[in-house]
Design a protein around this ligand. Structure first.
Ligand SMILES: *Cc1c(COP(=O)(O)O)cnc(C)c1O
Length: 435
């Protein structure tokens, strides 16, 4: 039996007088936060808020072609077997525990099998880290590959036009962001000379998005091979964001890792786009390192993967079934997107003041607004704002992708909605066109 007086004595420090002498009288609350917060704002969310700040002046039904979310309308139901596997994982009661931080062995093996089946690339389960979507995979890789400025200088190459999240995630890290162009006249292929010129001894990685958001392009084998040559010469690894991998129609998709015999490739993929379930928040990073020169990156990925104990156990348990989805289901989805691509391409090509390249992958059409064609709309944000106001059609201006003078249409609606969109955009352009 502990001596009660002793316990009281031990606790007695709580009764010690509070030292108030060192605190200035009249001190007010002043909770400060990191300046990184404002630097990391995602421009898409911000622009969306400004364009939709006022309700449209038309009574037409609003059509949202802004956010790249294929479930908004929805485009197509997710694979039935995937839904059943998730239900089963929940009701089975055996998928509720903590798993290895980089993902369960079974789930990582399912990713290995998936890339073998679709990409013809051999990974080992130890090359895979499962994440909360590709967004977290990017965050993880950036943290692993970019040192603090106090240690070493670093830069990273990012495509323009490109996915805004790269910039948002890099904003609070010490890497200089160097944008390389994708060339519209060349089906939005990478400007290889520019990549070559931007690389130096401090370049940590080149980010490639293929198929591209927002361009809707699908790079040719030749360009990808040439990009590998540039990376090989500079000895720079490539982060291949292939979240839209195999979502192509005009020509087959070429996984970058399948071409690389020497350059380390970190392939990013997941369930958000190809499987039409972005809310499930599931993705991964897969390291292809044919020469074994990126062992530190592999170690870093494993260490960082353990900081958050991996993505949720339910989807991990269902993953082998989800990733085994039969080819026919993907074919149905692709057919629908291709149909929308044709409707939009035809419609916009016939519209004075607009032009576009035929999208061949992902789920986007990126259209150019001719300079001077619409004198009352000073830029792409004014164009998108007026389009929303007059026609209740919401599209994202190019500035969200680092490319003013363009706008992006998401190809993920029923086809009658897209036909309606084209008519409204044509009517809008006819009204404003002055040339
Ligand atoms: C939508 C998208 C992603 C997906 O990110 P998740 O975090 O997996 O939902 C990644 N990269 C690009 C280019 C995208 O458009």
């Amino acid at each position: 039996m502990p001596d009660i007086r002793l316990l009281n004595a031990q606790n007695s420090h709580s009764e010690a007088p509070v030292k108030i002498s060192s605190i200035k009288a009249g001190r007010t609350w002043n909770i400060r936060i990191s300046p990184s917060v404002d630097r990391s704002k995602n421009p898409i969310r911000e622009t969306l808020a400004s364009i939709t700040a006022n309700a449209p002046s038309t009574s037409k039904v609003p059509i949202n072609l802004g956010l790249g979310d294929p479930t908004h309308y929805p485009l197509h139901p997710p694979p039935a077997a995937a839904i059943a596997a998730v239900e089963c994982a929940v009701s089975g009661g055996r998928a509720n525990g903590y798993l290895n931080g980089v993902g369960s062995m079974e789930a990582r093996q399912a990713v290995v099998d998936y890339h073998k089946r679709w990409d013809g690339v051999d990974y080992d389960a130890s090359d895979i880290v499962l994440t909360h979507g590709v967004g977290q995979a990017l965050d993880l890789l950036f943290s692993v590959m970019i040192p603090p400025a106090s240690v070493e200088r670093a830069n990273i190459l990012v495509p323009r036009p490109g996915f805004a999240q790269y910039t948002a995630l890099l904003a609070d890290l010490d890497a200089e962001i160097r944008y390389y162009d994708c060339i519209e006249e060349n089906d939005w292929e990478v400007d290889l000379d520019m990549v070559d010129q931007l690389c130096d001894e401090d370049t940590r990685a080149i980010i490639l998005t293929n198929p591209s958001n927002p361009c809707g392009s699908n790079y040719s084998r030749e360009v990808l091979k040439d990009l590998l040559k540039v990376a090989e010469r500079h000895k720079v690894p490539i982060i291949a964001d292939e979240i839209y991998g195999h979502m192509t129609w005009s020509s087959p998709f070429t996984p970058l890792a399948s071409l690389s015999k020497s350059v380390p490739i970190i392939t990013l993929s997941g369930l958000s786009k190809r499987f039409l379930v972005p809310g499930w928040r599931f993705g991964w990073a897969a390291l292809h390192d044919p020469l074994g020169v990126a062992a530190d990156v592999k170690r870093g990925m494993a260490v960082w993967g353990n900081r958050f104990m991996g993505p949720n156990s339910i989807i991990q348990a269902a993953l082998p079934t989800i990733l085994a989805t039969e080819s026919e289901w993907f074919d149905e989805v692709i057919y629908k997107i291709e149909t929308l691509a044709k409707i939009v391409y035809q419609g916009l090509s016939d519209t004075p003041g607009l032009s576009t390249t035929f999208p061949s992958g992902a789920m986007y059409c990126f259209a150019k607004i001719s300079r001077d064609a619409f004198p009352d709309l000073e830029d792409d944000v004014a164009f998108a704002t007026a389009l929303y106001n007059e026609e209740a059609v919401f599209v994202l201006p190019g500035i969200c992708f680092g490319m003013p003078g363009y706008f992006r249409i998401v190809l993920a609606t029923p086809s009658d909605v897209m036909t309606d969109v084209v008519e409204r955009v044509q009517g809008f352009c006819d009204r404003h066109y002055r040339l």
